[in-house]
Every structure is written in C-alpha cells, then in structure tokens.
Design a binder for this molecule. Structure first.
Ligand code: FMN
Length: 164
C-alpha cells in the first residue's frame, strides 16, 4: 500500500501554498499518497504515516496558526515521522551568520518537535498579494519584489521521514 503523507502548510500571500502543491506533485509522482491541506483547516493526522509541515516566515517566525496546530497535535506528531519546510526570503546565504539567523526561525517549533528534519526554501515577495499592513512593512524595510523559489530544489526534496 502507498504510504499516506499529509502536507500541511501556512501561508499569507500564497507562495508557500504553491511550494506545498509542488512538493505534493513531486512526492505523488514518486508513489506516495499525498494530501496537501492548509493548516487553517486543522487537518486530522489520523491514517497518515508521515507529516510534512511548512510555513512562510513573517517577522522572523513561523506563522502562528502552524505553531498552534503543532501544539494541539504535538503528541501525535511526535510519534509520526515528520519534517519541517520553511519558506522565507532573508538570510539565504551560506555564511555562518545567515545560517544561524534562518535556523533561529525554527527555535520555538524545534522545541515542540525536536529532531524533525528541516529544510529552507527561498520564497517570493509579491506586493500585489500582501495585506495593507504587510505591504507597509515590506516597503518600510525596502524589500524588493522577486520570486526566488528554486523549483528543482523543491522538487528534489525527499524527506528522510518518508524512508522510515
Ligand atoms: C511583512 C513581511 C515580513 C517578512 N519577514 C520575513 C523575515 O523575517 N524573514 C524572512 O526570511 N522572510 C520574511 N518575509 C518573506 C516571506 O517569508 C516570503 O515572502 C515568503 O515567500 C512568503 O510566503 P507566503 O507567500 O506563503 O506568505 C517577510 C515578508 C513580509 C511580507
């Protein structure tokens, strides 16, 4: 029987949803039975053999609805192979400072799911998809519009959690 995998994601402007959808297609094509769901729907973990959880970064942190979901399902998630994907646009370098800064995005989540595999994907900044407040913040920090998603990297990610 095909392994059933849940991909749950949290997004504000849609780019993480698109990353989750492509991950879903990629893993389906490798024979997994994948369901991709927004975390706001609070998907049940019952019947899954692995969970991939992903969030956009806002102001240095995973989105609150995903953190809330992990807290609410912590026991179930701890007994399920799981992996975490982060979609962000700053601190993308390979230098130590950049790496430390992006790893810090996961600090609260890592406490809840210690040992879960982590991957970081560069995201997209599209002002037309931002809320009024987010657009103000983006302009205040002089963010530039860009789509930095690395689709080959996203498509080639096969979490170790799926091999258990
Ligand atoms: C208001 C705002 C704050 C952001 N803060 C961060 C941040 O602290 N670090 C980072 O790496 N990216 C940050 N980003 C970039 C987003 O994480 C990136 O654009 C991501 O692709 C958005 O995902 P979404 O389209 O699913 O919401 C921020 C974007 C906005 C609009």
């Amino acid at each position: 029987m095909n392994k059933r995998i849940l991909i749950a994601y949290a997004t504000r402007a849609g780019s993480t949803a698109e990353v989750a959808a492509v991950l879903g297609e990629s893993l389906s094509s490798r024979g997994f039975a994948v369901h991709v769901r927004p975390v706001k729907e609070e998907p049940s973990l019952e019947g899954y053999q692995a969970a991939l959880l992903g969030s956009a970064i806002r102001m240095g942190a995973w989105l609150p609805e995903m953190v809330k979901y992990i807290k609410a399902n912590q026991a179930a998630l701890q007994s399920l192979p799981s992996a975490l994907f982060t979609v962000h646009i700053l601190n993308t370098g390979q230098d130590a400072a950049s790496r430390a800064a992006r790893l810090a995005y996961l600090n609260p989540v890592r406490l809840l799911l210690p040992g879960a595999e982590e991957v970081f994907f560069t995201g997209k900044m599209d002002f037309s998809r931002l809320s009024f407040v987010d657009r103000l913040i983006a302009k205040a920090v002089k963010a530039a519009e860009s789509d930095q998603r690395d689709w080959p990297k996203i498509r080639s990610w096969i979490p170790a959690a799926l091999n258990t």
